[in-house]
Design a protein around this ligand. Structure first.
Ligand code: G6P
Length: 612
């Protein structure tokens, strides 16, 4: 949600800002704007897509100047509109800012600032931040001091790019709970919410910590910590290519990322298996710690939560410890009972989801062991968790996750094996069988993504495009797979769909089954196959149009009953969800296309949900 970018150097700033904002589109936005310094602030902003802004300023040519800030806004305080878009300029025109985050105490600050002569044009919390900095600057006469004081007064989250009319050759940036990176160029420097925005210009970046501030010119940067002390930062070298964050010949990022799943799984799994054993020696969790764990929570939002829900079945089966999956937005207000005997596993692609981060902080403060499963290196969740296991999915751009979800599942398998091994709850045969299955997964996913399979799913999707209500049913491990499949359809194809544990059908939803209602039945758990088939027959008897998903070895039985069938290869029973989800991702993608939806940027959704 929201993206910021800043440039200071010898080139024209505006085209670089527009280019950077385009790389941040994935975060979700409804308006955009830039401000370039040229003997004053020249601002252009507009509601809608970035192309509107780009045409308004002629691709950047209409705004000349070598220093500027840019923003994509996902509306929280005030509707999407030109006036609410960033950048915002303070009352006396001395301060211009862009902001990613939420200033929670903006109303009381606004009241104070109004009483002290400041006026407001927009409904945003950001304009309050701009005016607060301007007010303190006017009081103190020192911008660094003003920003440090403002940072102490603002509650909530922020990554701010700040320009001051009196400093034509310098920019400031400060952050708390929203991501911010600093990029070192040659005679030019950058700030951004994420690496792709500046990767074209530099690979040397610093991930700022909460409370950090950077004061920079085209030729240098000075970093300060939350106490205002000067600190030195060593840049990290980004090793991945920008092409990883581009479509690379695919029509959509989502399709590209679906196809990247085998590679993402290989990258996540292979380096962690050596000589047939899972190696996670860098974790601080010891055998003694694990023996002391009485309960595990898996906490996340959205698809990450559904990935975590599988973890309940996998970890309980292997480690014999009770596991409770919980939505982060519920967990944080549920007064959870946590202590040093609780392990809280936090799953997040972005590493910055507000509810998930808050849940993690709560778990830390209550003394639980915390372990993050995170995709974005150096993100807030990765930094705050006691231990972190990275999913090596690479940059995920489509709002609807696919490859990050798959790698989250694979880390749960690895973790279960690692823990089961340490705790001695797994037989050698079972351990070896799972390792073999895990190593074979990437290739099996490739088998589910052949041109022939995709064409068949595309046909089914086109046939199903006008269904208004879809039910996903499955048992045990198939249940969270159904939840994820249903979410995919909702978020990108705007089709109402619900996931139900197949055994629960008779307790309500079956009354909604009518002639031609689409039911997607996932029957991937072999020992429960007959039970799921009974539920399939119940909906068939009421006129449902059933799309079955199952393994090749169970095809014959299911194909007799359902209207259409999607088959996946068979693997170890605990790993089967990794294969079952793939055709459901592809199905949603093609239903969305058939319905003319914006697959990569679904309405109202954001990739990084940094608000509660
Ligand atoms: C958004 C995304 C989902 C994602 C969820 C949690 O809703 O659209 O794809 O699963 O946030 O995000 P996280 O970054 O914490 O995994």
């Amino acid at each position: 949600m929201c993206g910021i970018v800043g440039y200071l150097g010898k080139q024209q700033a505006a085209p670089i800002l527009l280019d950077g904002l385009a790389k941040l589109e994935y975060r979700g936005y409804d308006s955009a704007g830039v401000c370039v310094y040229n003997d004053g602030f020249c601002v252009s902003k507009t509601v809608g897509r970035l192309m509107n802004l780009s045409s308004k300023i002629d691709g950047g040519a209409a705004l000349t100047g070598h220093m500027g800030i840019g923003h994509t806004r996902w509306a929280t305080h005030g509707a999407p509109s030109d006036v609410n878009s960033h950048p915002h300029i303070a009352t006396n025109g001395k301060i211009g800012i862009v902001h990613n985050g939420i200033i929670e105490n903006y109303l009381s600050l606004k009241l104070f600032l109004t009483e002290h002569g400041k006026t407001f044009l927009s409904d945003t919390d950001t304009e309050v931040a701009a005016n607060l900095i301007e007010y303190l600057y006017e009081e103190e006469g020192d911008l660094l001091k003003a920003v440090q004081m403002a940072a102490k007064q603002m509650e909530g989250s922020y990554a701010l790019g700040i320009m001051c009319i009196d400093r034509p050759n310098a920019m400031l940036a400060v952050k708390k709970d929203s991501p911010l990176i600093f990029g070192f160029g040659e005679g030019e420097n950058f700030i951004a919410s994420d690496v792709p925005a500046i990767l074209k210009y530099t690979r040397k970046v610093v991930y700022l910590n909460d409370g950090d501030m950077v004061d920079f010119t085209a030729d240098g940067a000075t970093f300060y910590n939350s106490l205002g002390e000067e600190v030195s930062k060593t840049p990290e070298n980004i090793t991945w290519e920008l092409s990883a964050a581009e479509k690379g010949g695919y029509d959509h990022f989502m399709l590209k990322e679906i196809h990247e799943q085998p590679k993402a799984l290989r990258n996540t799994i292979c380096p962690r298996i050596k000589d047939g054993r899972v190696r996670m020696d860098y974790l601080t969790l010891t055998e003694d710690d694990l023996r002391g764990i009485r309960r595990i929570y898996i906490v996340a939002c959205g698809s990450a939560y559904y990935a975590g829900y599988h973890g309940k079945y996998i970890l309980e089966k292997i480690c014999r410890i009770p596991v409770e999956p919980m939505l982060a937005s519920e967990f944080r207000y549920a007064d959870p009972i946590l202590d040093e005997h609780t392990l809280v596993i936090i799953i997040s692609q972005s590493g910055e989801t507000a509810d998930t981060l808050a849940a993690l902080r709560q778990a830390n403060s209550l003394g639980a062991r915390t372990l993050g499963i995170v995709n974005v290196v150096g993100s807030a969740i990765a930094k705050a968790a006691t231990d972190v296991i990275y999913t090596w999915a690479g940059p995920e751009i489509a709002v609807a996750t696919t490859k990050a979800y798959s790698t989250q599942l694979s880390v749960l398998y690895l973790l279960a094996l690692y823990m089961g091994d340490l705790m001695g709850t797994l037989s050698t045969e079972e351990y070896d069988a799972m390792i073999c299955a895990l190593q074979a997964l990437p290739e099996q996913i490739e088998q589910t993504l052949t041109a022939e399979k995709l064409a068949a799913i595309k046909d089914m999707a086109y046939d199903c495009r006008d269904n208004h209500d879809v039910f996903f049913i499955g048992r045990n491990l198939d249940n969270p797979t159904c939840m994820e499949g249903s979410l995919k359809l909702k978020e990108i194809a705007y089709v109402h769909s619900e996931a139900y544990a197949a055994g629960e059908l008779k307790h309500g939803p079956i009354s909604l089954i009518e002639e031609n209602t689409l039911v997607v039945a996932v029957a991937g758990v072999e020992e429960l196959f007959d039970k799921t088939m009974s539920n399939v027959k119940e909906v068939k008897a009421r006129g449902a149009n059933v799309l079955g998903v199952t393994t090749e070895n169970m095809a014959e039985e299911i194909c007799k009953t359902v209207d259409r069938c999607l088959l996946v290869p068979q693997t170890h029973p605990l790993l089967q969800p990794s294969l079952n989800i793939v055709p459901l991702q592809v199905f949603s993608y093609y239903v969305a296309l058939a319905r003319g939806c914006d697959v990569d940027k679904p309405r109202n959704l954001a990739k990084s949900v940094t608000v509660e």
